[in-house]
Ligand binder design. Structure first.
Ligand SMILES: Cc1cc2nc3c(=O)[nH]c(=O)nc-3n(C[C@H](O)[C@H](O)[C@H](O)COP(=O)(O)OP(=O)(O)OC[C@H]3O[C@@H](n4cnc5c(N)ncnc54)[C@H](O)[C@@H]3O)c2cc1C
Length: 480
């Protein structure tokens, strides 16, 4: 084992989208920055989450769009997706799980890379253990930023689960072939997206959900419409279903699931999409007085709470503010600006919406669920607004009744809701469900985050004939 000490201005632990963006910002501020990565530069997002999952789902949407209108419907007929072509395109998005391109980007950006498992070893100090067991010691003049992301969680209490080699997001996004039968456990975003993707690729899919609906953090109608879409696609969606035991004989062959009522179900693979945990168990938190294994508590500038000296930051999934790539990258920009300001002795602006406050995390992060129909939501749901004590009203509208939507699809089904703050007369939430709504989301985000007064928003005229015209009906409802 060798050990050398190297000094940088900033050390970033984890080269997912968040870590890359922190490093980009600190290098741009003239700070010598090193990024430490244990696996692939680009992180979970590039190889086992956002990119491959959306590469699997985009052909599903393209085929649905072609089927939605007479003329192109006849052109595609009853054709199914070409699974081999879809998987090959997915592989191209992950560059065959090779990070050369992202490593080149680091180099071109002026970010240094150290490969290996990083651990905090004390104040402003990180040790990195390489695959060959050698160790390097890095010290930071200014900051260490933890961007180690999250990992899937399997329930501890299900007998046989670990030995059955269940799929997690990694296999669900990276599988080289289509399983004949896939059981998906969990009705959150990952569960519904992966059920939709593999069903369209030809698997027989059963979706097992403990609760009584899908997408529990969204407006209830979103889960209802997505369940309807999955059932129309042939997914067997079951609510109120608990998996009590899992068995895969000899660790290979089909997997048998026992359900709460004693029913048995057989599948070729079982995907557990039942939540995420922080990757903090083995990053040396105990060396800086923090408890290993937990989410890292930060203030709005992404400075870790409970550590003196304002040198330790955490951004992205690992701080649990919003487990989304775009929010991690947003926090990265805030953390980068904070580090730059502190190193230059400039005061921080941590007031709400200040340059050093990730306020948008708390306003409700925008999120798209890429199923058929799509779900696009930002801000608070009605339930969350009421829980926050706001005096609100909701305005709902049938998206299918909008001219642009009827042009989009002959039998367009969808719904939109805004949550209107009656006291401040601004929107605090929006949820759109229907084909093609993902690209409408940013208009809602601008309205919610910008806190645009409703009487001003009224003058933002949506183009005819687009689905965006739903805004007119929604705003009329708020003003009336
Ligand atoms: C199936 C799926 C689909 C998703 N789809 C979307 C989507 O469409 N849009 C969206 O916004 N979000 C999506 N997400 C969420 C998104 O993937 C995460 O929010 C995002 O990856 C978080 O980025 P991050 O940089 O914080 O962490 P990660 O992407 O997890 O990166 C963390 C990096 O740190 C490295 N690391 C960890 N520990 C160490 C250590 N000790 N030393 C060195 N390196 C270390 C890891 O190897 C990894 O490369 C999806 C998630 C899943 C599971």
């Amino acid at each position: 084992m060798t050990s050398t000490a190297e000094e940088y201005d900033v050390i970033v632990l984890g080269a997912g989208p968040t870590g890359e963006n922190v490093a980009d910002r600190t290098v741009a501020a003239g700070l010598r920055t090193v990024i430490v990565e244990a696996e692939l530069v680009g992180g979970e997002c590039s190889y086992w989450a956002c990119m491959p999952s959306k590469a699997l789902l985009r052909p599903v949407a393209a085929l649905a769009d072609a089927r939605a209108v007479a003329g192109s419907r006849e052109a595609v007929g009853d054709g199914r997706l070409d699974a081999a072509a879809v998987l090959a395109r997915r592989d191209s998005f992950t560059s065959g799980w090779n990070d050369d391109g992202q490593v080149r980007w680091l180099r071109d950006t002026g970010i240094e890379l150290v490969r290996g498992h990083g651990r905090l070893a004390g104040e402003r100090t990180v040790t990195v253990e390489a695959e060959d067991g050698s160790e390097r010691m890095l010290t930071a003049r200014h900051a260490v930023v933890v961007c180690t992301g999250s990992r899937p969680v399997l329930p501890a209490h299900v007998p046989g689960l670990a030995d059955a080699h269940p799929w997690t997001n990694r296999e669900a996004t990276g599988a080289p072939a289509v399983p004949g039968r896939l059981a998906v456990v969990g009705g959150g975003v990952v569960g519904v997206e992966m059920a939709a993707a593999w069903r369209a690729l030809g698997s027989e899919v059963v979706l097992l959900v403990r609760g009584d609906g899908l997408l529990p953090r969204m407006e209830p109608f979103a889960g209802e419409l997505v369940a309807e879409g999955l059932r129309d696609a042939g997914v067997d969606v079951r609510f109120g279903t608990e998996v009590t035991a899992v068995e895969r004989a000899d660790g290979s062959g089909p997997v048998a699931l026992t359900l709460g009522g004693g029913e048995r179900l057989t599948a070729d693979e079982v995907l557990y999409a039942t939540g995420r945990a922080p990757r903090t168990a083995d990053i040396g938190l105990e060396q800086v007085g923090l408890k290993p294994g937990g989410w890292l508590d930060v203030d709005d500038s992404c400075t870790v709470l409970g550590v003196d000296g304002e040198w330790l930051y955490a951004a992205g999934d690992v701080n649990h503010r919003a487990l989304l790539t775009h929010q991690g990258k947003y926090q990265a920009r805030i953390a980068g600006a904070t580090i730059a300001a502190r190193t230059q002795g400039r005061p921080l602006d941590t007031a709400r919406w200040g340059a050093h406050a990730a306020s948008a995390d708390l306003a409700g992060a925008p999120q798209v669920v890429f199923t058929q129909p799509e779900v696009a939501a930002v801000g608070l749901t009605l339930a969350a607004a009421e829980e926050a004590g706001l005096r609100v009203k909701t305005v709902d509208h049938d998206l299918g009744a909008v001219a642009g939507a009827s042009l989009y699809g002959d039998d367009y089904r969808g719904r939109a809701r805004v949550v209107f703050d009656l006291d401040r007369r601004v929107l605090v939430g929006a949820c759109l469900v229907g084909p093609g709504v993902a690209e409408l989301l940013h208009s809602a985000t601008v309205a919610v985050v910008g806190e645009v007064p409703i009487d001003r928003l009224w003058h933002a005229v949506p183009a005819y004939p687009t689905i965006s015209e739903v805004w007119l009906r929604l705003l009329e409802g708020c003003r009336g």
